[in-house]
Design a protein around this ligand. Structure first.
Ligand SMILES: *Cc1c(COP(=O)(O)O)cnc(C)c1O
Length: 445
């Protein structure tokens, strides 16, 4: 097959634009690209590549901006960090220190949140297929709330709670049937998606929940998707939620809280995304009059912009009128470009490269799949073997989605705080890939 023609991306943001929007990154005249006060060239030299590098300051700032926006809007709001975006213990612990709760979607995430010091009383459990073992664990720890996604699940939770002599505090996750305007693989609030209870069935099921043994219905929950960059879908969904709460109250049912989910998008390229203040304003306008505490489950917006994937160029391969820049990072590390067609900013690390002449490059990994392409036709300076680059905004849905495809060990993870940095997970040893494999006697003979 002929190589695809390069897509010239003259409209891509410049290096200066990318840096201006990411205050935890800057270029030092000698040390090159810095995260906070740490040169990324130093991290690459000491930890090697590929490595995920996270800014603690960027995470704290994002959390505080979100919390302050709710406070400024006069809302009684709690924040439950969505562990699935980046479930590293250091990341979850950082948010625990800020007072966050957690949103978990599996037994493993629940145990991770607890291990990170997030109190059970601030943990919410979402997901369409919670196992009985996971429900037992959640009820045993007395977590804050189970978000129920179906009538069938409600009956199972009641039975498990009764058997354990516990009461399950639940919210019904409703599917408001709104189009979040995001990528089809991460929209969750349309009627055809697997998530939540159909809006039309919600009132009857809430009444059923109130009558079931072992169930304490606390409120309703919704989560309409991820990487949402407009307020209108939230306004529509929360207006429907408010309508449902009023209807439930008119039936004599009690609603003590509303969980608005997560999903606030970030500016990967130059998207105009939602500011925390605008979001809080929309929440106040739609849910404020209900007079109940509101809960939110942000993931991506708290950690996405804080992380980079630091990589080295293996070699540059000219191809017709363009070039392939082959990195030591690949789709097994960062799957978002191949899975969601995601655009990630790319910056060089060396100071001199910020002034180099730009020319289009297809940036790819070494994995044996054409889909192992981070970008095509990106304007980049000259890059040769050993030069470093970073893929931006990879703090969310980055390391957590990695695999070891092509027998590539999991990359190292690093956290930067001011002029300090720590390796928070060493690079996986290659032997670890097969350490738990056995070859049965009928194979060896
Ligand atoms: C994924 C998810 C979130 C977090 O979504 P972000 O887009 O990362 O903010 C929150 N709540 C639920 C139920 C989720 O499935």
């Amino acid at each position: 097959m002929a190589a695809p023609a390069p897509i010239l991306s003259a409209d891509d943001p410049s290096f200066a634009d990318l840096l201006a929007a990411r205050p935890h990154l800057s270029v030092h005249p000698f040390d090159g690209l810095m995260m906070e006060d740490v040169p990324l060239a130093r991290v690459a030299a000491e930890v090697d590549t590929p490595s995920w590098v996270y800014s603690a300051r960027a995470m704290r700032d994002a959390y505080r901006r979100f919390a302050a926006a709710f406070a400024d809007a006069g809302l009684d709001a709690s924040i439950h960090y969505a562990m699935k975006a980046n479930d590293h213990l250091a990341v979850a612990s950082l948010f625990a220190r800020e007072g966050a709760g957690a949103d978990v979607v599996s037994e493993g995430e629940l145990l991770r949140a607890l291990a990170a010091g997030i109190p059970a009383g601030r943990i919410v459990f979402s997901g369409v297929g919670k196992s009985v073992a996971a429900l037992r664990l959640a009820l045993g720890h007395g977590i804050m709330q189970l978000n129920v996604e179906s009538a069938e699940e409600l009956e199972i939770i009641s039975a498990v709670a009764v058997e354990m002599g516990r009461t399950a505090t639940i919210a019904l996750r409703i599917n408001p049937d709104v189009d979040a305007g995001t990528h089809a693989k991460i929209t969750t609030g349309k009627a055809e998606n697997k998530f939540g209870i159909p809006f039309a069935d919600a009132a009857a099921l809430y009444a059923r929940a109130a009558s079931l043994p072992g169930i304490d219905p606390a409120g309703i929950a919704l989560h309409i998707g991820s990487q949402i960059t407009a307020l209108a879908p939230y306004r529509a969904a929360y207006a429907r939620a408010a309508e449902l709460v009023r209807h439930l109250r008119a039936q004599g049912l009690t609603v003590r809280r509303v969980d608005g989910g997560g999903g606030i998008g970030i500016a990967y390229r130059d998207e105009l995304s939602i500011t925390p203040a605008a979001f809080a304003g929309a929440v106040e306008a739609t849910l404020g009059a209900l007079g109940v505490p509101v809960m939110f489950e942000p993931g991506r917006s708290l950690v996405g912009p804080a992380g980079v994937l630091l990589a080295s160029v293996v070699l540059t391969k000219p191809s017709g009128n363009h070039r392939f820049v082959i990195l030591d990072a690949a789709m097994n590390d960062l799957v978002r470009p191949s899975m969601y067609d995601a655009w990630h900013g790319i910056l060089p690390v060396a100071a001199s490269a910020f002034h180099g002449p730009l020319a289009p490059a297809d940036v790819v990994g070494p994995v044996c799949e054409t889909g192992d392409t981070f970008t095509r036709g990106r304007e980049l300076p000259p890059l040769g073997p050993g030069d470093r680059v970073v893929l931006l905004d990879t703090g969310a849905y980055g390391a957590v989605m990695s695999s070891t495809y092509n027998a590539r060990p999991l990359a190292a993870e690093v956290m930067v705080d001011g002029s300090d940095y720590a390796v928070i997970r060493p690079r996986q040893a290659v032997e670890a890939l097969w350490a738990h494999e056995t070859v049965p006697g009928f194979v060896t003979g």
